[in-house]
Design a binder for this molecule. Structure first.
Ligand code: FES
Ligand code: FES
Length: 156
């Protein structure tokens, strides 16, 4: 099987690996790097669970090959914070009960991170529009919107 050398900066650290050209970015992150915070749901671009940031913009990791990220910067949910040191968005999700099973949460957090960067004072409509590509089967979305709204409020 032929492989190709890639160098991807993941959460600030350069990762050099020989990968098969068919390896998905989502499988590279989870399987090769062990960053299992990036979830895989539908594997065809519908659910948003696999959302990561690529050079600062949110992308579906299941719709990209790892070789396409060669030379790029990738940020996963592991970059946001950790237990005991949640970032403000994670803390707000916690405080507003914005998750139940948590399967959609990494994708929601990364999408919201991108959204809040582009729309620091996002309105409710902008928040809902921004989340429209991420599916949640548990929460009904209201608590997720409330969590993001609270972060915006902190900024005003
Ligand atoms: S797993 Fe990538 S969009 Fe669903
Ligand atoms: S919290 Fe279960 S899918 Fe969103």
């Amino acid at each position: 099987m032929s492989t190709r050398e890639i160098a991807v900066t993941v959460n600030g650290a350069v990762q050099r690996h020989a990968v098969e050209p068919r390896l998905l970015l989502s499988d590279f992150l989870r399987g090769t790097l062990g960053l299992t915070g990036t979830h895989i749901g539908c594997e065809h671009g519908v659910c948003g669970a696999c959302t990561v940031l690529l050079d600062g913009d949110s992308v579906r990791a299941c719709l990209m090959f790892a070789v396409q990220a060669d030379g790029c910067r990738v940020e996963t949910v592991e970059s946001l914070g950790r237990i005991g040191q949640l970032n403000p968005l994670q803390q707000s999700f916690h405080e507003h009960h914005a998750l139940q099973c948590g399967f959609c949460t990494p994708g929601m957090l990364m999408t919201a991170t991108d959204l809040l960067k582009k729309y620091p004072l996002a309105t409710d409509d902008e928040i809902r529009e921004g989340l429209s590509g991420n599916l949640c089967r548990c929460t009904g979305y209201e608590h997720i919107v409330a969590a993001i709204r609270a972060v915006v409020k902190e900024r005003t």
